[in-house]
Design a protein around this ligand. Structure first.
Ligand SMILES: [Zn+2]
Length: 212
């Protein structure tokens, strides 16, 4: 089949897992786990912050490298989702064990991130897409709410930043609940999208085949 013109469709590349961006994902996850292990054995808040930063910087770096070098893969997108959940769970659970005031916003945030956001982020595989970054080819609303650059920045960082800056459980919980609401709405919308009968290699053709 002739590859389509869309950058985010799977027909553009042969799938593989041994890419530089996936190596960056592996290294940043190991670095996060090591920094977290040092933090819990020494009781150091600085090392826990270092673990969070390893995750944050590494998560931006692997995605950016994949896009800039045109080495995005479906395997990489899935590994990235799993590595993110492991990193965030370790850091947040350890943080709450020494800062119990954060328990409520952290619970709302983890529920949203580990369950609903993971479901949303992995749903791209129902279409011939390389990653959620191209979900606009399938549904522009779900894309804008979840993976457009401003949505990504607020969904992942806002609750943590508000907590660190204000220390207010109420403000952090309200914000976490708003994100949970946006994710829940997106998940409902996603469940109603018709699933294509076969993967054609082009997400736009998949959508057409599913709605006809
Ligand atoms: Zn296409």
């Amino acid at each position: 089949m002739q590859p389509c013109e869309h950058r985010g469709c799977t027909a553009a590349f042969a799938e593989q897992w041994n890419t530089w961006p996936n190596l960056v994902t592996a290294v940043r996850t190991i670095a996060t786990v090591v920094a977290w292990a040092v933090a819990v054995t020494t009781g150091s808040g600085g090392w826990l912050l270092a673990a969070l930063l390893c995750y944050w910087v590494g998560d931006i770096a692997d995605g950016l490298l994949a896009r800039l070098t045109h080495r995005e893969t479906r395997t990489g997108a899935v590994l990235d989702v799993l590595a993110d959940r492991l990193s965030v769970c370790l850091v947040v659970v350890s943080y709450v064990s020494t800062h119990p005031a954060a328990a409520v916003p952290a619970t709302v945030f983890l529920g949203q991130f580990v369950v609903i956001d993971a479901y949303l982020t992995l749903a791209f595989a129902r279409w011939s897409l390389l990653s959620p970054n191209y979900f606009g080819l399938v549904d522009t609303t779900v894309y804008r709410l979840n993976w457009s650059p401003p949505a990504k920045a607020t969904n992942t960082g806002a609750v943590v930043l508000v907590w660190l800056l204000t220390g207010s459980p109420l403000a952090a919980t309200v914000l976490a609940a708003v994100v949970l609401g946006v994710k829940s709405y997106s998940a409902l919308r996603l469940t109603r999208l018709p699933t294509p009968p076969v993967l054609s290699g082009c997400a736009v053709l998949d959508v057409r085949a599913a709605t006809n």
